[in-house]
Design a protein. Sequence first.
Length: 187
Amino acid sequence: MEDWVIVALVLGSNAIIFLGNWLLMRKQLKHSDGQLEKRLEDQREVDKHERKRGVRSEPLLRLRAELACMAAKGEKVASMVMAMPIGVTSKDPPEKFKEAMGDWNKYMGSGEFQQVLFMQYDFAIVNKVNAIKLEYENARYYLREYWNWLDDADKEKEYRETLNVVDRNRSKIAEVQSEINKVLEEL
């Protein structure tokens, strides 16, 4: 065979191999670009979902924290009276009780709790939290008036009822906290 035929065959086969490799690389690049675009779209969807979840979960997380704070302050007021024996004849409440009441009044007067409540979108949870707050307010009122009642029978009855309210609120708060956690899990 002549040299030019051998050179032509070698060059032709190299050109065919080059063309095949070029087409294969081009196909792989297209596929790679498609995969990258798909991953970017998936990531955008995940980011969008996370932002939406963050926006919707923040008020619930704040409510959960404020509910715990309110419960702690309500319990503190009640614990100041629980530490005292029934039938105390003094007309002046103890200083620790006055401090606990002042702390409760300052907390509720700050408006922070109400602000967090107004941020909520689940009205069933808001209504339950409002009911708990109202019960704490009633208990706080009766505990504040405890020292002004003259009749020991009334004192003992209201004292027991007020402590029952505080005990009931513990389980109600746990239920609301559980509901908040379920809503957060669903987001």
